[in-house]
Design a binder for this molecule. Structure first.
Ligand code: XMP
Length: 177
């Protein structure tokens, strides 16, 4: 697996330090409240597991299965909700966690759905935000790292379902794609 990595973009220890700071920001914004955290599967799995363990407080964790890449390296331009039901969010403050903000369509669609479902507030956090123009009007409230507009893998991010378990964020060799 490691042999397919072209370049390590964000090393494991750098991610860990940044997560400490992000967790602090989240704690300050939601003092003492039981919030609902919605983890977008599967990409945000690793990020959420590490961030949420830095929030030593009462919260409820839900997952939402959404797809926009369909296995390749380009966003398909359409967000599919793969679950039959949304988590119960009526009147609740919600924090949505995703791995990466790219075109913005995923976060926009999820935030809109949760607002329609009666959430009192929807905040969003991403490990990575690509430095590019968004296709829709959205930015995340908490951003781990800004990166260039290139396809990345690792720390939850995949290429065709693989490389999610790399402990860092990197780029893939052309011959591995
Ligand atoms: P949008 O375009 O909706 O994209 O903001 C968000 C979703 O697209 C996936 N994505 C990536 N996955 N490497 C990946 O492995 C990438 O560079 C990348 N860019 C976007 C990801 O699932 C994210 O939730």
């Amino acid at each position: 697996m490691e042999a397919d990595v072209e370049r390590v973009l964000i090393a494991e220890d750098v991610i860990e330090k940044r997560l400490d700071a992000m967790a602090k920001e989240v704690r300050q914004d939601f003092p003492g409240e039981v919030i609902v955290v919605i983890v977008l599967l599967k990409g945000a799995l690793v990020f959420a597991a590490d961030l949420l363990r830095r929030l030593p407080r009462m919260l409820e964790i839900e997952c939402l299965n959404v797809a926009s890449y369909h296995g390749g390296t380009e966003s398909a331009g359409k967000v599919d909700f793969l679950d039959r039901k949304l988590p119960e969010v009526k009147g609740r403050r919600v924090l949505v966690l995703d791995d990466i903000l790219d075109t913005g369509r995923t976060l926009r669609a999820v935030a809109d759905k949760l607002t329609e479902a009666g959430a009192a507030e929807v905040k969003t956090g991403v490990l990575l935000a690509k430095d590019r123009e968004r296709a829709v009007d959205v930015e995340a409230d908490y951003v781990g790292f800004e990166i260039g507009d290139e396809f990345v893998i690792g720390y939850g991010l995949d290429y065709q379902g693989r490389y999610r378990n790399l402990p860092y964020v990197g780029t893939l060799k052309r011959e591995a794609m």
